[in-house]
Design a protein. Structure first.
Length: 174
């Protein structure tokens, strides 16, 4: 995938207090986490009630979304050929409902598309409506390809009641 960082110039602040502002793609940058940073990501995920037991696995790529040097969200994926399993996405408490989840999702999707990924899968217990707003649709678990069904998240970490969601994308040329 080559480029591990997606940076944008910080946009000009034109309105009041930063904590109540919404965020745009230009306000934050996405950076691949180093393996030694996975512990912090696991703590963030666990605090949000998400499972982080298998983050140290070689197939999981984790990213941090940053405003300056401050971590505002984390998320990751597992890549399997031209498909990927999105996973472990969370915005830090106190920063939610300001558009950061959408920005994180957009940046991860762009990174995956640039890497030739055209099919995105995810499992969720609590964010089905969020992902539907971003073009994902719920599908039967039996529709998942073998590589996705073999993931720890699919076969043991997420309960059978978790919604399996799918989004088909066109990979970008670069």
């Amino acid at each position: 995938m080559g480029n591990n960082t997606m940076k944008s110039k910080k946009s000009q602040q034109t309105s009041g207090e930063r904590p109540s502002a919404t965020f745009s793609r230009e306000d934050v940058s996405l950076r691949m986490l180093a393996p030694w940073e996975y512990g912090q990501a696991a703590d963030i995920l666990s605090a949000a009630g998400l499972i982080a037991d298998d983050l140290s696995g070689a197939t999981v790529s984790m990213f941090g979304l940053y405003e300056g040097q401050k971590t505002v969200a984390v998320g990751g994926f597992e890549r399997y050929g031209r498909e990927a399993l999105l996973r472990s996405m969370v915005v830090l408490p106190g920063l939610r409902n300001r558009g950061l989840g959408a920005v994180l999702l957009e940046k991860l999707e762009s990174l995956l598309s640039a890497g030739g990924i055209d099919t995105l899968w995810l499992l969720t217990m609590t964010a089905e409506a969020f992902f539907q707003k971003h073009g994902y649709r719920r599908v039967e678990r039996s529709r998942a390809p073998a590589a996705i069904r073999r993931t720890t998240q699919f076969h043991s970490l997420c309960p059978a009641s978790a919604a399996l969601m799918l989004k088909k994308r066109s990979p970008s040329n670069g």
